[in-house]
Design a protein around this ligand. Structure first.
Ligand code: PGA
Length: 229
């Protein structure tokens, strides 16, 4: 199975999401061969789309996309804590009522919010306990990949949001260095869009993409999905 994961970060208002989902649904209803193939890939689970909105908009996004098969919801992080008196935290026990996935250890969380390896491992354990699938981000081979993880997203910081996606060869050589177990999916993230994902896919080593900027417009995200089938 391939994954296309939208990371909306701290962006997208309610209005933006209503607009995005309307546009996305319109594209998904197009009568074209390409669209039929995309829908069939989503139905057969050969492609899975995961949308990660800001916490307060997960439910709205899920509702607005509920007509489509193969589109799942995710969060962008989760608390290291169990439910309790932790003002402002969103625990895995809360999240599982809204979504089945969570991005964990994104480099922006590590750098702006000082998330440590210990925090990241705790978050992963919280996810696993609640049956949320963590999508663990790593910046390079030095970041620990935890044994509980089944989806790893390699996101070199210099490629995130810069328009400079990493070379296919570099991504493949990173994958080789990581020697992941065969049941672990390997995603790449960093300035991907419909114009540059083919190279990674053709190399046959990448199981999908974690997408920031190009996921903010329904059209560019849909275009990426059609390249993955
Ligand atoms: P980008 O973001 O696609 O804008 O580079 C990717 C990410 O931060 O997950």
């Amino acid at each position: 199975m391939k994954y296309l994961v939208a990371n909306w970060k701290a962006q997208m208002t309610k209005n933006d999401i209503e607009h995005w989902t309307y546009e996305f649904s319109t594209l998904m209803h197009k009568d074209s061969e390409e669209n039929r193939t995309l829908k069939s890939a989503l139905e057969k689970n050969s492609l899975r789309i995961i949308i990660c909105p800001p916490f307060p908009h997960i439910m709205l996004t899920a509702k607005l996309l509920s007509d489509h098969t193969g589109i799942y919801m995710g969060a962008q992080t989760v608390s290291t804590k169990e439910p309790g008196k932790f003002t402002g935290e969103v625990t895995a026990a809360t999240l599982i009522e809204l979504c089945g996935y969570s991005i964990i250890g994104h480099s922006e969380r590590r750098s702006h919010f000082n998330e440590s390896e210990e925090d990241i491992h705790n978050q992963i354990q919280q996810c696993i306990k609640e049956k949320i699938t963590p999508i663990q981000c790593i910046r390079n081979e030095k970041d620990t990949i935890y044994p509980e993880v089944s989806i790893v997203a390699y996101e070199p910081t210099e490629a995130i949001g810069t328009g400079e996606n990493a070379d296919v060869d570099d991504v493949i050589s990173m994958k080789q260095q990581l020697s992941l177990p065969t049941n672990v999916s390997f995603l790449y993230g960093g300035s991907t869009d419909a114009s540059n994902i083919k190279g990674y896919l053709d190399a046959g080593e990448v199981d999908g993409f974690l997408v920031g900027t190009a996921s903010l417009k329904a059209e560019s995200f849909y275009a990426m999905a059609t390249k993955m089938i």
